[in-house]
Design a protein around this ligand. Structure first.
Ligand code: GLU
Ligand code: ZN
Length: 492
């Protein structure tokens, strides 16, 4: 199984916020590398100064680190093929574009946008392929001089071979592209700027990438890249053509492709809501892959142990937020309680927490944490679940108040105050018995009797187990809150 010569790459462009599609690609590459004991290369494709940003670059690094998807070569880590930011490799691309031109693998194309458009329209009208027609493939020196004299500038275009290109996709099996479908394509802009079409395969070649695992949206560039690779091999720049595996589309709401701009697609949202990295990775791995027929929840090491690109399914995967949340909830349960308490910390402090830092009580938190751990879906929910412990007064949730405080609630609360005052505050059972007894006096079952108590003490109708909550809050504060609720009812 182990194959240390395997080298994969994750090579995003630093534009916008990281999104789940990007993370899925990073994850599959990473799992493949780790499974085989190979090398994960992280490269930044920042050759588009107009769209790339330093902020997005920072976020990419930060997101991968948060997720625990580490890299063996790349930014801030270095490696034998440094630099790993394409903006710092421009001389490499210039040199290779020169070699491709000199070797006849590429040529200068002087066609203007208007000319290309006119000929494309004509080809379309005639029912012919409408890609580039090879106009500048064999220009003679006089034509070139004439164009230059006119002051035209030229792009560099790669010459596609005239035969079909076939390769075996690791996910989709054998695929063939005919020349009609893959015309000669630009690799360097008229202003000398190299394009993705050049820099991506050139770096894959120089960085000795063995497997390219990426989204299906890039499938159409694969035959071009294979042809370019073959030229690079003949030029002595590349060793072998890598294998390709195209990961299935991810569908969002309404069965439309999940787009970068969908709010559901933003990685930051999951992070802010308190998904655990391992929960999110577990879920994202299921977008195109499965662990086993009857198991959806697994750890990251378990995934790595099993991951095989051959098991990736070519059919579109559906992004299902409910399922993501339920898997995350399972991962929350899997933490040991100390790790859980630590993971919640950001939500127990400003700016998430509405209480003053000095009102946070570590002992109370440790006592309540195990009860919260079995109930949370996302960590950010912790704030509202435990705020009754740290706020001076419980939150005022009008809807909860209206729902719980009925005719006779004041009488019930007065009785409950007395039974609670007499109870043994070292056990939740005794507090439960106290509320049960109060309810009996008013002909109320426990559920009905505890609702006004819960709202008086925590402000809400739903929350963590009530009697444990009361015990942790303590007798004095509990009774004071019941008194405050009674006063409010009396004033109403
Ligand atoms: N920078 C490209 C992108 O983000 C990488 C595509 C590839 O994996 O080849 O779309
Ligand atoms: Zn041309």
């Amino acid at each position: 199984m182990a194959n240390a010569s395997i080298r994969v790459r994750f090579c995003p462009s630093p534009t916008g916020n990281p999104h789940v599609g990007l993370v899925r690609t990073a994850l599959f590459n990473w799992a493949f590398a780790r499974h085989h004991g190979g090398t994960m290369v992280f490269r930044i494709e920042d050759t588009d100064a107009a769209r790339d940003s330093e902020e997005s670059y920072r976020q990419l690094l930060d997101s991968l680190r948060w997720l625990g998807l580490d890299w063996d070569e790349g930014p801030e880590v270095g490696g034998p093929h440094a630099p790993y930011r394409q903006s710092q490799r421009m001389d490499v691309y210039r040199e290779i574009a020169g070699k491709l031109l000199d070797g006849g693998y590429a040529y200068r194309c002087y066609c203007t946008t208007e000319e290309l458009e006119t000929r494309r329209e004509a080809a379309r009208a005639a029912g012919k392929p409408s890609g580039y027609d090879g106009h500048c493939r064999e220009l003679d020196p006089e034509q070139v001089s004439a164009y230059e004299a006119e002051g035209r500038s030229a792009i560099v275009r790669f010459r596609m071979p005239d035969e079909p290109i076939t390769f075996r996709d690791l996910v989709r099996g054998e695929l063939t592209f005919t020349p009609d479908n893959v015309p000669d394509y630009g690799i360097v802009r008229a202003n000398g700027a190299p394009l993705y079409t050049l820099v991506n395969p050139v770096d894959d070649a120089l960085m000795e990438i063995t497997h390219v695992l990426r989204g299906e949206d890039l499938l159409s560039s694969t035959p071009r890249q294979i042809a370019l690779y073959k030229a690079l091999i003949e030029l002595g720049v590349a060793k072998t053509v890598p294998e390709f595996g195209h990961l299935p589309y991810v569908m969002g709401e309404g069965n439309k492709k999940l787009s970068k701009r969908d709010p559901q697609a933003s990685l930051n949202i999951y992070r802010e809501r308190g998904f655990l990295p391992e929960g999110l990775l577990n879920y994202l791995s299921l977008l195109g892959w499965s662990f086993s027929a009857d198991q959806d929840v697994f750890t990251v090491p378990q995934m790595v142990e099993r991951f095989d690109i051959a098991d990736v399914n070519a059919n579109p995967a559906r992004f299902d937020l409910k399922k993501a949340e339920s898997i995350n909830a399972d991962h929350i349960r899997m933490l040991d309680v100390k790790a859980f308490a630590a993971a919640c910390e950001p939500w127990l402090r400003a700016p998430h927490a509405p209480w003053a830092p000095e009102d946070f009580d570590q002992a109370a938190w440790e006592a309540i944490a195990p009860h919260a751990q079995t109930r949370l879906t996302v960590l950010s929910d912790i704030t509202a679940n435990v705020d009754f412990l740290f706020l001076k007064e419980p939150v005022e949730d009008e809807a909860s108040w209206q729902k719980a405080m009925k005719e006779g609630s004041d009488a019930l609360l007065r009785t409950a105050r007395a039974t609670l005052e007499a109870a043994d505050w070292t056990s939740p059972e005794s507090l439960k018995d106290a509320v049960l007894a109060a309810g009996e006096q008013h002909g109320l079952k426990l559920g009905k009797a505890q609702a006004p108590v819960r709202v008086a003490v925590t402000g809400r109708t739903v929350g963590l187990p009530l009697f444990e909550s009361l015990e942790i809050l303590g007798k004095e504060r509990t009774l004071a809150r019941v008194d405050a609720a009674l006063a409010k009812l009396a004033a109403a």
